[in-house]
Design a protein around this ligand. Structure first.
Ligand SMILES: O=P(O)(O)OC[C@H]1O[C@H](O)[C@H](O)[C@@H](O)[C@@H]1O
Length: 528
């Protein structure tokens, strides 16, 4: 680089790096392409966002469709002083110390979080970030009586079978998390687990706790069957912003994660991101970068690359937070806008051997967000003058320079380490940036109407399956292609769907088999 350009780069870094000196959290926007004039042009949007964030924190209705308040920013400030917080801590302590045990009196050693989406992604991210990937009896948390954490976050029999193989039902606590209390995937795992306990002649309620909204189906079920504990989830906190609430708290408290410190981090970031000057406010600046880079239409993908194995789940977490919040068909005035912002990522270092080739040489349709963790877990010398950590840093800086050389855009966040505090700060930063960006593009960030459509369609498929199977049982034995069988079952227009359900049945039900006919390029099914 020529010196004058170099000077610009240095000056830009100084001007556009925001630092919280006490926590040593910094965010550097210098690698993004924007001019002071473009920031100035956003002034009305900054003003609107500041006003609307004030309304959110004042407890006004900010989710108009669902007529709900949005309280995750304000609740976490007072949560540690609440009765609910104290009751979670007391419950977790009784479990840790063995005062609350399973039915046979053995101490709980593991907890299974059964939830999906916002009821799993936060606890998964936190668990991996703080306790790491390997849990054994030698880790501090385990030695102190905390529980090992497993997840069920789908409706996949393979996931359930894998867990059943390692789980000891007598020493396992089941934490069913569902805000709505009716999510089918979660319900399926709960029913399957209840069956497993019944088969082993053990009481599931004596091994179960729930987090859900008051009055939900899960709430009624858990209270009706006398589960060990039922914790109430606020209606005004959405799943994807629930990690700083009871949803994050119970798994954290059971597994030795310092949740109070995590909330301190989130509240610290909340303070910082209330800064009136948008150029000094990291969430306003972050939203502005997304807006300018993607021309307010999400025309660039957000690539999240933490240079830290412990943060490998961050991009998955961000995917829900960003894409479920911003991916909307209609704006607040009812106009069709098809907004959104793609998020993908993994972990730095490793990524250089996967998708970095395209980021460097291929489509210029993204901006990268690097997250560097400054403190090395250990000093592992490689040569006299280098160690493992210096290499990771070198690869990050090297990639950053290479991408910049190609005119690609980068945001860099630096944190001293990954502890509860930094995790709280990161999550709170992105939560606020998402809410601000939603104001920039005039959409409701707090509902998810699109998620309903696939649920309804799935119900239709299940209903079709029942209808077809009942008809086939009535016919008592039939052979034919999907088209022929759909015809006989009285639903000729659904031949494709009938074929799909017979494919599944042929592999799973002894009464159904199939042979492939090369000539017609179709399966021929036999239903006994
Ligand atoms: O917590 P639950 O009510 O079971 O919801 C779990 C998830 O369900 C849907 O996918 C929603 O779109 C998510 O926002 C939510 O986190």
């Amino acid at each position: 680089m020529r010196p004058e350009k170099m000077n610009n780069w240095i000056e830009r870094n100084i001007e556009y790096t925001l630092v919280d000196a006490e926590s040593q959290f910094s965010i550097d926007f210098a690698g993004m392409k924007f001019s002071p004039a473009e920031l100035d042009a956003l002034q009305p949007k900054f003003e609107r966002a500041a006003r609307e964030m004030g309304r959110i924190e004042a407890g006004e209705i900010k989710n108009p469709d669902e007529k709900r308040k949005v309280t995750h920013f304000s609740d976490r400030k007072v949560y540690p002083q609440s009765e609910l917080f104290a009751s979670v801590e007391a419950f977790a302590e009784q479990v840790r110390s063995g005062k609350i045990t399973g039915e046979t009196g053995r101490k709980f050693e593991a907890v299974v979080v059964n939830g999906i989406g916002g009821s799993a992604l936060g606890p998964q991210l936190m668990q991996f970030a703080i306790n790491g990937p390997y849990w054994n009896e030698k880790t501090d948390a385990a030695r102190n009586g905390y529980l090992k954490l497993y997840f069920l976050d789908n409706t996949d029999s393979a996931e359930f079978a894998d867990l059943s193989e390692v789980m000891d039902p007598e020493t396992t606590l089941h934490l069913v998390i569902s805000k709505s209390g009716g999510t089918q995937e979660t319900k399926n795992n709960m029913i399957a687990m209840e069956e497993l306990y019944a088969a082993r002649k053990l009481s599931f309620p004596k091994h179960a706790a729930a987090i859900t909204m008051k009055g939900s189906e899960l709430d009624r079920h858990a209270r009706g069957s006398n589960w060990l504990a039922v914790f109430e989830m606020a209606e005004s906190i959405g799943g994807r912003t629930s990690e700083t609430s009871i949803v994050g708290h119970v798994p954290a408290a059971l597994t030795g994660v310092k949740f109070g410190r995590f909330l301190e981090g989130a509240c610290r970031m909340d303070e910082w991101t209330r800064t009136a000057d948008p150029r000094k406010n990291p969430a306003m600046m972050l939203a502005a970068m997304w807006y300018i880079a993607g021309e307010g239409k999400g025309n660039r993908n957000m690539v999240i690359v933490p240079y830290s194995d412990r943060l490998i789940l961050l991009s998955r977490y961000m995917q829900q937070l960003v894409m479920e919040s911003l991916g909307k068909e209609l704006d607040l005035d009812g106009r069709v806008v098809h907004q959104g912002l793609n998020v993908f990522g993994n972990k730095g270092g490793t990524d250089a051997h996967a998708f970095i080739q395209q980021l460097n040489d291929g489509r210029d349709d993204f901006f990268a967000t690097f997250i560097e963790v400054l403190k090395d877990a250990e000093k592992l010398p490689i040569t006299d003058s280098t160690d493992m950590g210096t290499y990771l840093h070198g690869f990050l800086e090297g990639l950053s320079a290479a991408l910049r050389g190609k005119g690609r855009q980068i945001i860099t966040i630096r944190v001293p380490q990954v502890s509860e505090l930094e995790l709280g700060m990161l999550i709170a930063l992105y939560e606020r940036a998402v809410a601000i960006y939603a104001e920039f593009i005039n959409i409701n960030a707090f509902h998810q109407p699109g998620v309903q459509s696939y649920k309804l369609a799935a119900k239709g498929v299940l209903a079709l399956r029942e209808k077809v199977m009942a008809k086939l049982a009535e016919l008592g034995g039939i052979t034919g292609t999907a088209i022929e069988i759909a015809e006989k079952a009285g639903c000729p227009d659904d031949a494709v769907e009938v074929g799909a359900l017979l494919d599944k049945a042929a592999v799973n039900c002894p009464a159904v088999s199939r042979k492939f006919c090369e000539k017609s390029n179709q399966w021929v099914y036999t239903v006994k």
